[in-house]
Design a protein around this ligand. Structure first.
Ligand code: NAD
Length: 242
């Protein structure tokens, strides 16, 4: 029997990444609406509200019949407003989960950030098993880490399946942070500095690919993972053959 298609709500869908997600969902024929503070796009049904108000979120979820939330909302990085980060990212995400559970939403995809495990020291060949740093880089990244924990903690409870994705720097059409920051460096005549020995690396991902990752995560969320392999590595497999 064919799987029923989800009805999507993109929270923060008027933002840079959020709107690319909306456009990709539309392009593949899915039903999608936006929940955001202010309407900036008029291509899909829009619900105005603040995620820190659980009633705003549950009322929009009920009216739209949403079965899958993609939650991309956050204040931008780099603000000097710790309280806002904790209010929107931590308390707001808790209220998204509460509203999702009370309205029977089945799936929640959360946009976290690669910065949740970064404290200024090099990270080489790490994966998602790396713990959060004891001293977070800043309030933005700390609030994203705490939100991510809340989202993952909710997985498999009250009928809700959750996943968190950690993009690094995102570039592409509509970007208001990454290129603006680089341009500011140029405008301030700061381009003649070199930090390190010119071998530093940082990940940037094209916004279309980050958006696609969100769709794939949503699609796979209710598919049980494949059975674990009998052998962990090729070396184990060869030993088993002996
Ligand atoms: P953005 O600022 O373009 O979009 C965020 C959207 O969230 C905006 O439309 C804003 O109005 C909305 N929003 C903010 N507070 C809200 C609230 N209280 N209630 C409802 N809506 C609210 O940001 P973006 O660059 O598209 O980032 C999207 C997500 O990706 C964020 O969660 C961010 O932390 C994460 N992220 C971004 C980058 C990047 O390089 N841009 C990198 C890593 C992670």
């Amino acid at each position: 029997m064919a799987k029923a298609r989800d009805t999507y709500m993109v929270i923060g869908g008027c933002g840079f990444l959020g709107h690319h997600i909306v456009q990709q969902l539309l392009a593949r024929g899915d039903s999608v609406c936006i929940f955001d503070l202010v309407q900036r796009h008029f291509d899909v049904p829009f619900y105005s509200g603040d995620i820190t108000n659980v009633d705003d979120v549950s009322s929009a979820l009920r009216k739209s019949g949403t079965s899958c939330i993609i939650h991309t909302a956050s204040p931008p990085a780099g603000l000097k407003n710790e309280a806002l980060y904790y209010k929107v990212n931590v308390e707001g995400t808790k209220s998204v989960i509460a509203a999702a559970v009370s309205t029977g939403v089945r799936k929640l995809v959360f946009t976290s950030s690669a910065g949740v495990v970064f404290n200024g020291a090099d990270l080489i060949n790490v994966d998602e098993r790396l713990p959060y740093p004891e001293v977070p880089l800043d309030a933005y990244n700390d609030s994203k880490a705490k939100a991510e924990e809340v989202v993952l903690e909710a997985n498999g409870k009250d009928g809700l399946l959750t996943v968190a994705l950690r993009p690094a720097g995102i570039f592409g059409p509509g970007d208001r942070q990454v290129m603006a920051g680089m341009y500011q460096v140029y405008e301030r005549n700061q381009t003649h500095f070199q930090i390190g020995d010119n071998t530093n690396l940082f990940d940037f991902t094209y916004v279309g690919n980050v958006a696609k990752a969100h769709l794939l995560a949503a699609d796979k969320l209710d598919i049980p993972p494949p059975a674990p392999p009998l052998c962990d590595t090729r070396e184990d497999a060869l030993l088993a053959e002996d």
